[in-house]
Ligand binder design. Structure first.
Ligand code: HEM
Length: 475
């Protein structure tokens, strides 16, 4: 076993963790004490935390570390069944992931054919942002809808108006779910016996269990309605999107008991794509806008690059990518500094296995300490600063892959939407800075909103206000 902290019987190290401040701070302390791979016990759960890029790569490439923990908070959203992509395991996960990768690519993920969709959404967003230039304003939920629309084109061949209140309601629910799973419900994950001991009222009122169930059921109803519409209009000779392909796959297996392709699994896979695809990319876009307001000097350099690369009367396209090295380096630096998923998504060992010379016992929960890698002097020249040069070579060309950089995790469960997120972010950020200058509201220091360690798992940016100023350009 890797070295580490067993803590007290029953409690494990939960008390030291609580006394040490945040989970991040406690893990930081253990990393200093025990090094790049260590164990810690929280409640009845054994965690293996890996803080070294190469060891994470080896561990997450290991076929025996591809499970997901049976956390109450994860499973509640799945009605306690092994379904969907993000928190499923075994054949269900393998088939679902392979199928999603294949068909999202077929309908345009990572291809230039999606360009028109991304541009259309970026234009809609720009028009919307243009309505409130010159005044301090919080970024609205329209951003989440525009981002979702890009994914939803591939998945369900449809778009929503960015101001559509119904779809905004669902993206808000998703965002709330991300907050709730980081709250007190985590106690049920690490002390599973409390699931039976705690009175329902405490679970509902304190841990928001009822709220999460309610959100799960509302999102389920919404996604089911999208599936039903597809069932009615399905033309087997002309599949339009991922949902059509999935329905045809179900028909192919003809309800065979062995098949993992079922309506219930389709529903859960869609919920996963909806959740994983909207909040993450939108939040990264918000971080980008915040960093631009904090670093006018860096923003000026992007403006100069854009002015040179994209004519005044043109909209940025993917073809401009090879002229936008600085912008792409800045987006990478935003991923690094934000470290959106601080510890990725937890994996589990599905049998006893070996990593870096240590035994990882079956059932152990393996965490990639992404936040640590992103802030480690071994990998970064100026880890504490916002320094896009981390991703530029001597010739000023962007360096896309670097040791120590893993915002989308690594290995067999690496984010399946990475290429989609990267393309969306490039076009959206280029379009925004092609049209606007972003500043902090007069007299406000936005840098205090950066580097917070309040959330244990996900670094979603707190609401902030910025002022957008229209550039003297013609679209
Ligand atoms: C900036 C945007 C994004 C970030 C930072 C991000 C990050 C991550 C991370 C860290 C994981 C965990 C990987 C692991 O378990 O080791 C993950 C998984 C996943 N992501 Fe993303 N993601 C982003 C956007 C997207 C988008 C746009 C989609 C939609 C297609 C997506 C779909 C998924 C899915 C389905 C999984 C589960 C994969 C599996 O369990 O096999 N993500 N993502």
């Amino acid at each position: 076993m890797p070295p580490g902290d067993w803590g007290l019987p029953i409690f494990g190290s939960i008390i030291s963790c609580a006394c040490g401040g945040t989970l991040s701070q406690y893990i930081k302390q253990l990393t200093i004490t025990y090094g790049a791979i260590f164990h810690m016990k929280l409640g009845s759960r054994l965690f293996i935390v890996i803080s070294d890029f190469h060891i994470i790569k080896a561990a997450f490439g290991n076929p025996d570390i591809q499970g997901r923990p049976n956390f109450y908070s994860f499973k509640l959203f799945k009605n306690f069944k092994n379904l969907g992509i993000a928190v499923s395991e075994g054949k269900v996960w393998q088939n679902g992931r392979r199928f999603a990768m294949r068909h999202l690519k077929e309908f345009g993920m990572g291809k230039s054919s999606l360009e028109e969709t991304i541009q259309h959404e970026a234009k809609e967003l720009i028009q919307d942002l243009a309505l409130s230039t010159g005044i301090p304003k919080e970024l609205s939920w329209n951003i989440n809808v525009a981002v979702l629309n890009v994914l939803w084109k591939l998945v369900a061949d449809r778009r929503y108006d960015v101001k559509d209140t119904e779809i905004q309601h669902f993206v808000k629910l998703t965002s709330g779910d991300f907050d709730d799973i980081q709250g007190p419900i985590a106690l049920l994950d690490i002390f599973p016996f409390l699931i039976f001991l705690l009175p329902k009222i405490l679970k509902d009122k304190w841990m928001n269990v009822h709220k999460m169930e309610n959100s799960r059921d509302q999102v389920k109803e919404f996604i089911m309605s999208v599936i039903r519409e597809h069932q009615v209009s399905l033309d087997p000779s002309n599949p339009r999107d991922y949902i059509d392909m999935y329905l045809l796959e179900i028909n192919k297996h003809n309800g065979g008991l062995e098949s993992t392709f079922t309506l219930e699994d389709l529903l859960e896979s869609l919920k996963d794509l909806f959740n994983a695809g909207s909040e993450t990319t939108s939040s990264t876009l918000r971080w980008f806008i915040l960093y631009m307001a904090i670093h006018p000097d860096i923003q000026t350099k992007i403006h100069a690059e854009l002015d040179h690369a994209v004519p005044k009367d043109k909209f940025p396209t993917l073809q401009d990518r090879n002229k936008l090295h600085y912008l792409e380096a800045v987006i990478h630096e935003v991923h690094r500094k934000a470290s959106l998923a601080k510890f990725g998504l937890a994996h589990t060992a599905t049998k006893d296995t070996r990593v870096h010379g240590y035994t990882i016992p079956k059932g152990a929960i393996v965490l990639a300490n992404i936040e640590h890698c992103h802030n480690n002097h071994d990998y970064w020249e100026k880890p504490q600063e916002f320094y896009p040069e981390h991703f530029l070579d001597q010739q000023g060309r962007v360096v896309l892959k670097r040791d120590g950089f893993l915002p989308f995790s690594l290995g067999r469960r690496q984010c399946l939407g990475e290429s989609l997120a990267r393309t969306t972010l490039l076009i959206f950020t280029a379009a925004i800075l092609h049209q606007f200058v972003i500043t902090a509201p007069h007299g406000e220091d936005l840098s205090s909103g950066v580097g917070t360690e309040e959330n244990p798992l996900f670094n979603f940016v707190k609401p902030f206000k910025v002022v957008l100023h229209k550039k003297e350009r013609v679209m």
